[in-house]
Design a protein around this ligand. Structure first.
Ligand code: ADP
Length: 487
């Protein structure tokens, strides 16, 4: 089907990658361009038969040519792949921009981040090792870090290329094979990346990609008896279900399930630096980011000034299609848009005030799934907009009087993925870094520019296990202890 938005020759295969071959499925799924609310392309609709074949191919690959690749060779391949991704950045970014609706400059930096994951883990492949353990004199004891085997990876639609990079690069660097189920809403960049991996000579079956619905391909993969590890990135509801299924078979999991991350703004903060970061932290990817800073906790003394300045900033935020490189793109789907609009209407009915809104670019697509950025104040304690992940460009503001209250509000959540702390006071920086319950705490910055090198993951409802950084590499290996009695 010709795409109104992308040239046909840009689109990846409408098929699944299984055992190094592109396999068509009897049924296809339509893919929409969220900025236009219009057809973009199709993807394969894998069912349990394709998932089965992919897991089988991944198993066979474990004992094939891949087994003979040394850690150094795997690293060399990953580094070469990073170069190939960079060389294809224009096409990959065009796919990511059209498929997710995100601004083109964000899409380009997502592709650059994907390449960085491969380069980072290329360097790590031959540097991860076990240890020797002092024991009895007549023993030598060592630990070996071994790949799990077949890694199932279920990933979401918000950052397809980046999350492909962080999961696939770490799993391959450590010698695993992969069966990846991308999200049905957006996965064209993932399919193109898989195509590049084949072109770059990855042995057949080492990377398999099974597009399809969560309830079909996703459920079949999570429940497959022959997977050895499962990593899931997505909503807490689906993650809970997937983790239960994996637990039935004692398959170890890494779960990255979103957040309701607070930014704490104290009266000694440098507002010229903090406020742009607070805004970026919620509008990036139209707020559809698990690590979005969706709660702002502001100290009473500066609250009026902060709200005034944020109002100006929010009212200047423009929404448009990705190619226009505006501040904000659309939400991923009509369903996501109506869900968010319902939550916002309920919030207003219960007294929450929308203090400021962004705007739509003149002449912007009216069929796109846009929701303009919004700044919410006067929120009753415990209100759902403070507790639920809205997954949209909506910042909820609360006030606090002192550090103790700020900490209490920051931790008043079931989630715990990230937090930002803005203060010049060194003691307070450290107390809050230790006191806040989350996987990452940023002090006088938010997000550390993506931080490929920095371990990432949650506590509580945000999930468990760590991806990114060297820790991400470790989490794709299991430890074996070898005790040698030599007398
Ligand atoms: P969202 O609600 O934001 O779309 P999900 O958590 O449902 O996020 O989706 C994240 C990933 O999980 C996607 O690849 C999706 O297809 C997949 N998925 C959805 N439902 C299931 C399921 N029951 N089992 C396995 N994977 C699923």
């Amino acid at each position: 089907m010709p795409s109104p938005i992308l040239p046909l020759d840009t689109l990846p295969p409408v098929a699944a990658l299984i055992g190094g071959r592109w396999v068509e499925t009897p049924q296809k799924l339509a893919v929409e361009a969220p900025a236009y609310g219009a057809a973009l392309s199709h993807i394969a609709r894998c069912q349990s038969a394709e998932v089965d074949a992919a897991v089988c191919a991944a198993h066979q690959a474990l004992v094939g040519e891949w087994f003979d690749w040394t850690a150094r060779r795997r690293g060399e391949w990953l580094a070469a792949f990073a170069v190939a991704v960079e060389a294809d950045q224009g096409r990959l970014a065009a796919l990511e921009c059209a498929d997710t609706g995100k601004p083109m400059n964000q899409a380009r930096s997502d592709i650059a981040a994907c390449a960085r994951y491969f380069r980072f883990y290329a360097g790590g492949a031959d540097k991860l090792h076990g240890e020797t353990i002092p024991f009895e004199h007549d023993f030598t004891v060592m630990t070996l870090r071994e790949p799990y085997g077949v890694c199932a990876q279920i990933i979401p639609w918000n950052y397809p290329a980046q999350i492909f990079g962080r999961c696939v690069a770490a799993a391959l660097a450590t010698g695993n094979t992969v069966v990846l189920k991308p999200a049905e809403q957006a996965c064209l960049s993932v399919l193109r990346l898989a195509e590049l991996a084949v072109e770059q000579g990855l042995p057949p079956g080492v990377l398999n990609v099974v597009p399809g619905l969560g309830s079909e391909a996703g459920a079949a993969l999570a429940a497959h008896p022959d997977i050895d590890h499962l990593s899931f990135t997505g909503s807490p509801e689906t993650g809970t279900r997937v983790a239960q299924v994996a637990a039935e078979q004692h398959v170890p999991t890494t779960m990255e399930l979103g957040g309701k991350s607070p930014q704490l703004l104290f009266d000694d903060a440098d507002l010229d630096v903090a406020l742009p970061a607070v805004v970026r932290g919620i509008i990036q990817n139209a707020g559809q980011t698990c690590s979005a800073g969706s709660r702002l906790l502001v100290q009473e003394e500066i609250a009026e000034r902060v709200l005034r300045e944020l109002t100006t900033r929010f009212e200047a935020l423009c929404c448009d299609v990705g190619e226009a490189d505006a501040d904000c793109g659309p939400l991923i789907s009509a369903a996501q848009k109506s869900r968010l609009e319902e939550r916002l209407a309920e919030a207003q009915d219960s007294g929450v005030r929308v203090l400021a809104r962004g705007y739509m670019a003149e002449g912007a697509s009216t069929r796109g799934h846009f929701v303009v950025p919004q700044l919410l104040t006067e929120i009753p304690d415990g209100h759902p907009v403070l507790r639920e992940e809205l997954f949209g460009p909506v910042l909820a503001v609360q006030r606090f009087s002192d550090e103790a209250e700020a900490l209490c509000l920051a931790n008043d959540t079931d989630f715990g993925l990230c937090a930002g702390v803005w203060t010049q006071n060194g003691g307070r920086q450290l107390r809050l870094a230790r006191g806040i319950c989350s996987g990452q705490v940023f002090i006088n910055n938010y997000g550390a520019a993506g931080g490929v090198e920095l371990p990432f993951g949650g506590v509580g409802r945000s999930g468990h296990g760590r991806e990114k950084g060297f820790e991400g590499l470790r989490s794709y290996t299991r430890l074996k202890t070898v005790a040698l009695h030599h007398g």
